[in-house]
Design a protein. Structure first.
Length: 427
């Protein structure tokens, strides 16, 4: 009895095990395919990634290091020269006509006029200017990242609005189909309603495209080689209130703007080049010592070589560097004026954008929603015409998009203001 039941039990167990294996084999890939999407990134996280991975910034950073290496070259001293010579070395020492002789000579050029000092000053000033230009490139990249981040947030919100409008209007089309079947509206009215659906569908498709393009643009700035479709960001699109005045922003800009700092450092560099040009006009002597052995006799000697700078006294470089120094001072004045102008214009843009956004957020969007809901209710109950209803829908859709654009402009103007001040303005 036991022997007869063992075979079927083993078969059932084997079949159960096979089913478990097949189930696991199917479930595991499915679970792998449904891996959770990465968490949305904040603006601070996106900026950190861009600073560390943006290839343009990485290239500019290496350029700063390469420029700094020039300081080593500028600080090098002149190398001595060693010369060893021999004549008639195949003749014996007692050859009365021309005995063999050997000579060893060591010489070195000695710089005057503190040339090394001014070379070092010019090289260090060049490094400072290059580093400030690099910081300005960081400032520009941060602006691009912030704008792309805001555009992506707005694109997400626009897609959500388009999706909500499309879903809501599809319900209207379905209800109109019911009313058409019941004979409450004409076929022409239904087709006009159905044709309006194409506009909502077009809005949705365009919003999807805008979202994809905004995501790809931001990922490119972050140094991501291949854009990911699961990439996402999170943030607030409601404009904040600033707790700072325009005068304070101007003072921060004058203290922090790297392009203005580079202009001031350019004056220092130009002055160092003037001093170096003057030093290059001085005479550098070459002094050497020599040991000679001729046959059995030893002797020593020295040489002093002084170039006579009768024609070339570095006149051209002296004049050029002085003109460049004056030009650098005017460039500093222009850079300072540009900083103040940038802040003033950015502040004016922020004021205008904020006023517009406040009007939409506190008044127009709510009003457009009430008008749409009232006319929709009235139309469904025969109190309004189809034309009134379609106009209300268009007004509601356009008002929401305009409000979203107004909020976007506030954020872009805030980013521009932070860019103009080289300081984070958003509290």
């Amino acid at each position: 009895m036991t022997a007869s039941t063992t075979g079927p039990l083993r078969s059932i167990a084997s079949l159960s095990g096979l089913l478990c294996i097949l189930t696991l084999g199917i479930a595991l890939p499915a679970a792998h395919a449904q891996a959770p999407a990465p968490a949305p990134l904040t603006l601070a996280q996106v900026l950190d990634i861009a600073r560390s991975k943006n290839p343009t910034l990485l290239a500019a950073e290496l350029h700063v290091e390469a420029t700094k290496a020039s300081e080593t070259t500028a600080g090098l001293r002149q190398n001595p020269n060693f010369t060893l010579s021999g004549t008639d070395i195949t003749l014996p020492a007692d050859n009365p006509a021309s005995p063999y002789s050997y000579a060893a000579n060591v010489s070195r050029l000695f710089e005057r006029g503190q040339k090394r000092r001014w070379r070092l000053d010019a090289a260090r000033s060049t490094t400072d200017v290059t580093r400030s230009q690099y910081n300005d490139q960081i400032r520009q990249t941060i602006l691009q990242v912030k704008n792309s981040f805001t555009n992506l947030l707005i694109a997400k919100q626009a897609l959500q609005i388009s999706q909500d409008n499309l879903d809501s209007y599809r319900k209207t089309v379905d209800l109109s189909q019911v009313r058409l079947n019941a004979g409450d509206i004409s076929k022409t009215d239904f087709e006009r309603i159905d044709l309006q659906l194409a506009e909502f569908e077009s809005d949705y498709d365009n919003a999807k495209l805008d979202l994809l393009q905004a995501s790809d643009s931001l990922q490119l700035l972050m140094g991501i080689d291949k854009p990911s479709p699961t990439f996402d960001v999170t943030g607030n699109i409601k404009p904040p209130d600033l707790q700072i005045t325009m005068d304070q922003v101007e003072q921060q800009a004058l203290a922090a703007r790297p392009d203005y700092l580079a202009a001031k450092q350019g004056v220092t560099l130009a002055d160092a080049n003037v001093k170096l040009a003057d030093a290059q006009g001085t005479t550098d002597p070459t002094i050497g010592g020599e040991y000679d052995r001729t046959a059995t006799y030893n002797s020593a000697g020295f040489q002093v070589s002084i170039p006579l700078r009768v024609f070339d006294r570095n006149q051209g470089e002296k004049a050029r560097t002085r003109y460049e120094a004056q030009s650098a001072r005017f460039a500093e004045i222009a850079a300072r004026a540009q900083v103040l102008n940038d802040v003033d214009q950015a502040w004016a843009g922020y004021d205008a954008a904020l006023d517009m956004a406040k009007r939409y957020n506190s008044h127009y969007t709510d009003e457009a929603e009430r008008v749409r809901d009232n006319i929709e209710y009235s139309y469904r109950h025969g109190g309004s015409t189809l034309l009134d209803y379609l106009d209300a829908l268009r007004d509601y859709r356009q008002t929401n998009l305009d409000a979203l654009t107004a909020n976007q402009q506030v954020w872009l103007s805030l980013h521009q203001l932070s860019f103009a001040a080289a300081t984070e303005i958003v509290p």
